[in-house]
Design a binder for this molecule. Structure first.
Ligand SMILES: [Zn+2]
Length: 434
């Protein structure tokens, strides 16, 4: 049983040891330019060795938080120089002048960096493959296996920013000529980290999937987008609309992050819920004011089965046409048109002035022969001969500009439509290709 006396004795003997043995005192972080936390520096030196060769490589890993790593490495024969937590804070565990044990054959000439991964569904990126759990989660969540990996594995923008700064900083002390993933240097043992990793965020070229390694990163790319519409969501938060869609590689389930301006600090994350050709929607847990101040977004777009075989580093950017889901050539509605009266307004986006800017029309896509530049109006109430007018008596008119198989997105072209005017009036008519 641990008594107060034991604790006091422990503390007393530790401070006595520190007084006589300066080696037990914490060393200083190697960087003088970056804010590096030295809380854990030196704690796992019993799992390191003396360095004989110069450092030429930085190895990137997926791992726990700095404190979790510090404690697991106490009894596992492993160690790493740095951990970058989800919030971008950098912790140093081992001095760069010592060899840490993180990537077998690459250890002697490398510095290792762990990126903290998230824990969700009781799993992490590193153990979700066990027992077919990734596939099970994908079924449960109604997403693809790749999306489960992206959600659990993709680094935060703050981590990318901190990692870039750390690598630049390391290069001022060592002749580093390559930055690699753990999976590239130690594919044996199933090391597939870092997963869902976008090399372009480090200024590196996107890397193709390798047959000689276990790397998973080619399934993901960062797509930068802007919030172009927002409104309150039922249940709280805001429904945001991004100016990027399937044509830019986004799919349902992709993970996104809001940024303040062009800063990389993530302010909130979200999962893409709906995708059209050039726009996508998600719900983000923010107030309207926060959304307005955080309109830059990046999305870790996952590429995989839904759009056919991945063929290259950006292979997921297959167009719908290439995937055999081609929209017929409908041409212009200016000739040979008829009226399609079966569509309804499913959703809308509101501009900063409070007026509705875009409408999402259900049952009004190319399957219903709605053409790319269809024009339409909104029925008032149950009648088919009256249309919604704005406060100035102008009829509300819209024009489609993105038509997918079953729905389309339209912009308001005439009149000032507000959510109040729309209330209950969701039936539309569009001039449609015959
Ligand atoms: Zn690793």
């Amino acid at each position: 049983m641990k008594t107060l006396l034991h604790l006091l004795l422990g503390a007393a003997s530790l401070s006595a040891a520190l007084a006589v043995n300066p080696a037990l005192a914490h060393a200083a972080p190697d960087s003088t330019a970056l804010a590096v936390d030295d809380e854990y520096l030196g704690d796992v030196d019993h799992h390191t060795s003396a360095r004989a060769r110069e450092v030429t490589t930085v190895v990137v890993h997926n791992g726990g938080s700095a404190s979790v790593n510090n404690s697991t490495w106490q009894d596992r024969r492993a160690s790493c120089h740095y951990t970058i937590n989800r919030d971008g804070a950098i912790y140093q565990h081992v001095e760069e002048g010592r060899v840490a044990w993180h990537a077998k054959s690459a250890n002697a000439t490398s510095i290792g960096v762990e990126l903290e991964i998230r824990r969700k569904y009781g799993r992490t990126c590193n153990n979700v493959r066990k027992d077919g759990k990734a596939a099970e989660l994908a079924r449960e969540q109604g997403v693809r296996v790749e999306d489960v990996y992206a959600e659990l594995c993709a680094p935060t923008p703050a981590q990318y920013k901190a990692l870039s700064a750390l690598i630049r900083d390391i290069k001022t002390r060592h002749p580093v000529d390559r930055v690699v993933g753990h999976c590239e240097v130690e594919p044996e043992g199933g090391h597939a980290d870092p997963r869902a990793f976008d090399w372009t965020r480090l200024g590196e070229a996107p890397r193709a999937p390798g047959s000689d390694n276990a790397c998973d990163w080619y399934r993901v790319a960062a797509v930068h987008a802007k919030v172009v519409g927002f409104r309150g969501a039922t249940g709280g938060g805001q429904r945001i609309t991004l100016n990027r869609g399937s044509e830019h590689g986004l799919s349902v389930g992709d993970l996104g992050y809001m940024h303040a301006g062009d800063a990389d600090a993530p302010t909130a994350d979200f999962v893409i819920e709906r995708v059209r050709a050039r726009e996508a929607d998600a719900i983000v847990n923010m107030t309207l004011e926060q959304v307005k101040a955080n309109r830059q977004v990046s999305v870790s777009a996952t590429f995989g089965g839904a759009r056919g075989e991945v063929t290259g580093a950006r292979g997921g950017l297959l167009s719908a046409r290439e995937a055999g889901d081609e929209k017929p050539r409908l041409g212009s509605c200016e000739d040979d048109f008829t009226y399609h009266k079966g569509g309804t307004i499913k959703d809308f986006t509101v501009g900063e002035d409070g007026a509705i800017e875009t409408l999402t029309l259900a049952n009004a896509g190319w399957s219903q022969r709605v053409c790319d530049d269809a024009r339409g109006m909104i029925y008032a109430g149950d009648k088919t001969d009256a249309f919604v007018e704005d406060e100035g008596g102008q009829k509300i008119r819209f024009q489609t500009h993105e038509v997918s198989a079953g729905e389309s997105v339209a912009r308001i072209t005439h009149g000032r439509l507000t959510p109040e005017l729309l209330r209950g009036n969701t039936r539309i008519v569009v001039r449609s290709k015959r």
